[in-house]
Write a protein that binds this ligand. Structure first.
Ligand code: ADP
Ligand code: MG
Length: 699
């Protein structure tokens, strides 16, 4: 009996998986062999859809979508706001006899023309060229979003301006994947790979989030407007018991997770792991890794679906990096690797000297890339939300360093020395001769404090914020690794032409890279003060806030890097700088404005009410000839804190007037300090906001 049941459950998942995706299995059934072969080739290798088959594909897609209840289609894209965008068109077309037919043309599939003027362009698009273009990215399949009363066919697209300028986060990502694939192709040739397959990048983004009861969420203007609490006193119990992480999942949360997983599975998103995180009310979802472009689309979808499913369960899903002060924030771990033209993961230490050489080649490229571009990587994770997290002893510091683990560090040491009998594990590593010991995965990843850690067969970039599109960080990562590979391949190709010994050349390249870039390697505790001092001595950059971190986007060397690999033009890159700086200022301003509103319209009046009540008590008590010592003491305390609060409000107003973000931050903290103290003494029935204890423990 039991076995039979198990089988039934498994097959239900299998049946539902990818149900809402126009994937290869559906295409194979619905398309001619010619169209199917052409489209699946495009999906694997990238590039544009063959116009000759576009009509057939559009027809099949529409038939499939309509059979699933879709009434509309949309081009689904990722503008520089960091979220997703869609404009729906219905399939209906008048049939001339008072009725309609459902139509969807090749042109509608391939290209859309949404008005781009309301999306940020950072000066890329003149106002007279308001038109933007969306174009299908066939490497990411179309999918159906189910609404409450209908369904919409979504076509993943890039979004660009009239002259092809990338106005989105997908186009540069695709370009960066192509740039890395190109260099991996050269590397493949050097290492004797015969296949003509394209190299690609893999990503598994782990997503952290909070869930709180929707009622509490709705009762807090700060959460509704800014995504984080601008006020709130730390409750007696928060995370000091360390009992939430991996704890039993409460039934209400489990119900949410079950529906979330099922919705994602239907969308072909391989949700794999779900668990409680460190903070109370904090959770994580991790998918099985996929090709980078698809994994990014799926992560963007996942964040949307999380919010919708939460809403259905009477919950609010908070994706902000720091929704609650004094409680751990949320990040997104970016598990990244690269598959070569041989179809193998080049970050997998091999079991023979040849595989090892490929692994060390890739590893050295990454070490070189990260050291040369630490500031750029830092910039890609800069956001006002993430500023609260990075370096706060709950997330990696803003200093980018690489963790390799003891065994791999030992190998790197030996490679650097390049002289016989130097290392502890017997003899020096010689490329082409020695085999790297198999690195057990758990031996490589004990250090959760590192921003960029080798974890057995991939690197994990841990500094991304939970709310960010993973795109930006991966655009940078792909490009800098492509750049390092470019330099290394050029040298190796020259050595090959000069008929030098291949392994000796490799050895020399590795040695030079390690000597020059080992300062970026660090296996210790990244949270300590000593490391911060040590990193400064080593000359590693440490940008604490977003505006400082973003400066590197304006550097001539950054422009050159992206231009060289055709990922961003100078204009495109500078537009990003402008948009992210603008975003930073906007977020700070609306947070300050929201803090001012809550402080003056909710908290201050509550304090006044209590003050009046206390004053009345004092008068009444003294009126009957008693001493009202404690009430008087409390009254003066409330009065003082109310004055502090009022001073804070005035400081916010002054900061808003002068548009000074640093002053806004300081004034918000000043106001919050008074408010949070008041929260500890004002009677709870007068307090206007749900408390941390309520939000974090009642769900
Ligand atoms: P944790 O980091 O919590 O210990 P794992 O290391 O098992 O968890 O996996 C974290 C994520 O890394 C998962 O999403 C997984 O699919 C992904 N991952 C595993 N191998 C690769 C790879 N070769 N490339 C990219 N991501 C990978
Ligand atoms: Mg991880």
């Amino acid at each position: 009996m039991a076995a039979k049941n198990t089988k039934k459950v498994v097959s239900a998942v299998e049946a539902m998986y990818g149900e809402n995706v126009f994937g290869l299995n559906v295409m194979q059934k619905m398309l001619s062999k010619k169209a199917f072969d052409s489209l699946s080739k495009t999906m694997n290798e990238g590039g544009a859809l063959d116009p000759a088959i576009a009509g057939e594909v559009a027809g099949a897609m529409k038939a499939w979508a309509v059979s699933k209840g879709a009434t509309h289609f949309c081009h689904w894209f990722q503008p520089l706001t960091g979220t997703t965008a869609e404009k729906h068109d219905s399939f209906i077309s008048p049939d001339g006899q008072g009725g309609v037919k459902m139509e969807f043309s090749a042109k509608e599939l391939i290209q859309g023309e949404p008005d781009a003027s309301s999306f940020p362009s950072g000066g890329l698009r003149a106002t007279f060229e308001a038109r933007g273009y969306t174009a299908w990215d066939p490497t990411s399949p179309a999918f159906i979003k189910e609404g409450q009363e209908g369904a919409t066919l979504c076509i993943p697209t890039i979004f660009c301006g009239y002259h092809g300028e990338a106005l989105d986060k997908k186009a540069p990502l695709l370009r960066s994947i192509a740039a890395l694939a190109k260099q991996m192709g050269r590397a493949g040739k050097l290492f004797g790979v015969k296949s003509a397959a394209k190299a690609y990048v893999t990503l598994g983004p782990e997503q952290e989030y909070f869930l709180i009861d929707k009622e509490f969420y709705n009762a807090r203007l700060d959460l509704v407007q800014t995504g984080r609490t601008l006020f709130g006193r730390k409750p007696a119990r928060h995370q000091q018991m360390e009992d939430h992480y991996f704890g039993a999942i409460r039934p209400r949360i489990l119900a949410f997770m079950e529906e979330l997983d099922q919705t994602l599975w239907k969308l072909g998103m391989p949700a794999k792991t779900r668990h409680n995180e460190v903070a109370p009310a904090q959770f994580e979802l991790a998918p099985i890794f996929e090709r980078l472009n698809l994994a990014v689309d799926h992560n963007m979808m996942c964040m949307d679906v999380m919010k919708q499913v939460a809403d259905k369960h009477g919950l609010a899903c908070l994706l902000h990096e720091k929704p609650f002060a004094g409680v751990n924030g949320s990040g997104k771990h970016n598990n990244w690797s690269v598959v070569g033209t041989d179809g193998k993961n080049w970050l997998n230490p091999g079991s023979n000297p040849h595989e090892n050489a490929k692994f060390l080649f890739t590893l050295c490229a990454i070490i070189k890339a990260v050291d040369e571009n630490a500031a750029l990587l830092r910039a890609t994770v800069a956001s006002p939300g993430n500023d609260h997290r990075l370096g706060a002893n709950e997330a990696p510091p803003a200093i980018i360093s690489v963790f390799l683990g003891d065994q791999l560090s030992d190998i790197i040491d030996q490679l650097e020395k390049g002289e016989p009998k130097a290392a502890k594990s017997g003899g020096t590593i010689q490329i082409g001769v020695d085999v790297i010991p198999t690195l057990p995965r758990d031996a490589t990843d004990r250090n959760r404090t590192s921003p960029f850690a080798f974890t057995g067969n991939k690197f994990e970039f841990r500094a991304l914020g939970s709310n960010m599109s993973p795109s930006g960080a991966n655009v940078a990562l792909n490009t800098i690794v492509a750049d390092a590979l470019d330099v290394m391949c050029t040298q190796l190709e020259a050595d090959v032409r000069a008929k030098k010994d291949f392994n000796k050349s490799l050895q020399a390249i590795f040695q030079a890279i390690i000597k020059k870039h080992k300062r970026v390697l660090f296996n210790g505790d990244n949270y300590t003060e000593e490391w911060h001092k040590e990193a400064e001595r080593r000359g590693l950059p440490n940008f604490k806030t977003t505006p400082e971190a973003l400066q590197v986007l304006e550097d001539e060397s950054t422009v050159k890097l992206f231009e060289k690999h055709s990922v961003f033009s100078k204009k495109e890159l500078l537009s990003r700088y402008e948009i992210y700086m603008h975003n930073y200022k906007s977020v700070l301003s609306y947070e300050a404005e929201c803090a001012r509103t809550i402080a003056s319209t909710q908290i201050y009046p509550a304090a006044m009410e209590y003050q009046a009540a206390l004053a009345a008590t004092v008068t009444a008590v003294e009126g009957v000839g008693s001493k009202a010592a404690s009430a008087k003491k409390l009254l003066s305390q409330v009065t003082k804190l109310s004055d502090d609060l009022a001073a804070g409000i005035a400081a916010i107003e002054a900061a808003l007037d002068c548009h000074c973000t640093d002053k806004m931050k300081a004034a918000m903290l000043q106001t919050r300090a008074a408010a949070d103290e008041l929260e500890g003494i004002v009677p709870s029935d007068l307090w206007p906001l749900p408390t941390y204890a309520e939000m974090l423990f009642l769900y």
